[in-house]
Design a protein around this ligand. Sequence first.
Ligand SMILES: C[S@@+](CC[C@H](N)C(=O)[O-])C[C@H]1O[C@@H](n2cnc3c(N)ncnc32)[C@H](O)[C@@H]1O
Length: 368
Amino acid sequence: MNAADGQKIAMRGAGYYSANTVGAKYVIDRVGDLVVGAVAKMPRLADGQPFAIADFGAADGGTSMDMMRRLIGAIRATEPDRAISITYTDLPHNDFSTLFRLSQGLLGPSTEAPLAETPALYIFGSGTSFYRQIVPDNSLSFGFSATAMHWISKRPCMIADHVQAVGAAEAERERFRAQSLLDWETILLSRAHELRSGGRLALANFCVDEEGRYLGHTTGVDMFDSFARHWRDLLRAGRIGESEYVNATFQQFYKTPDEFAAPFRDPASSVSRAGLKLETMFTMVTPCPYAEAFRTHGNARDFAQAYVPTLRSWSETVFANSLDPSRPAADRAAIVDDLYGAYEADVAQAPEGHRMDYVHCVTEIVKS
Ligand SMILES: C[S@@+](CC[C@H](N)C(=O)[O-])C[C@H]1O[C@@H](n2cnc3c(N)ncnc32)[C@H](O)[C@@H]1O
């Protein structure tokens, strides 16, 4: 794809996403206490009104399923008969089929009763972007999102010699920042329409934290620099062309806590005027489970073979879609395999320092 704006964003399907992103699940589980606490603070709904939940950017829904069980348990603890709906949202080409099969118990662990068999729980999927309003005005009780809103609505430019804004030239990075700040306002204003009065949002978003840490950049090797280096190696080897090299630009930006908080600090902002208040905000680092496991088992090859697929689950489409579509599909697949193969060999050979620690900014937002 050569245009600077649209990028087909997708996690790898067929259950590969949640099966290979145990760390993303840990992040959601860690936000569980905040979610349960938020529900306890909400005004009681009128009789007959459903408690409507939405998970924005849910992928295949596998990583949030335990948290959803907890959330439903918290609602039902005080209101055993309350009807509850969950609208799982993601982009239209998301693998909703896997999401439905996971929630119906046709895929995944069979240790628990399928979520969809919970009495008076109604599950929906929506392929509408979170940059638009997804559910009707004043209908949403609780909105949740994890690890999704760093995907911005469009790429303001391509990054000439890196893959992500964290490694971009200053001017490029500022264009990504401006797009991301505009997008944050759009996300919040859409949610402000959807939320009932007293409704809440719990959002765990990737960020650059107070110490400058971000995903894969906490200590040791910088993950995005590694991607960029291996991609550059393919260019140097003549395996990919210059425009393919540049096209591999992640449509992402990591905001700082200050940037997340800015629209709430100004009482005259459109977000404040829409009635949204930031009640809680904190950052958290969730250790890379693969690097932690490596500290115990010490087998570099096993580490590489477990670690690189987790990177692949969310990054593969960026590289695959940057390739010239006139190449035969097998050629494109082979190039992508070479990229991850080189990364895996790199980790297997020098495992120390490779780790994808997650760095999140967690916000709890209430609509007055
Ligand atoms: C890394 S996954 C996170 C999935 C899950 N929430 C979790 O925490 O494990 C990011 C998800 O955000 C989705 N996404 C990206 N941009 C989106 C948008 N504009 N609207 C809805 N979903 C979006 C992607 O398709 C992807 O499924």
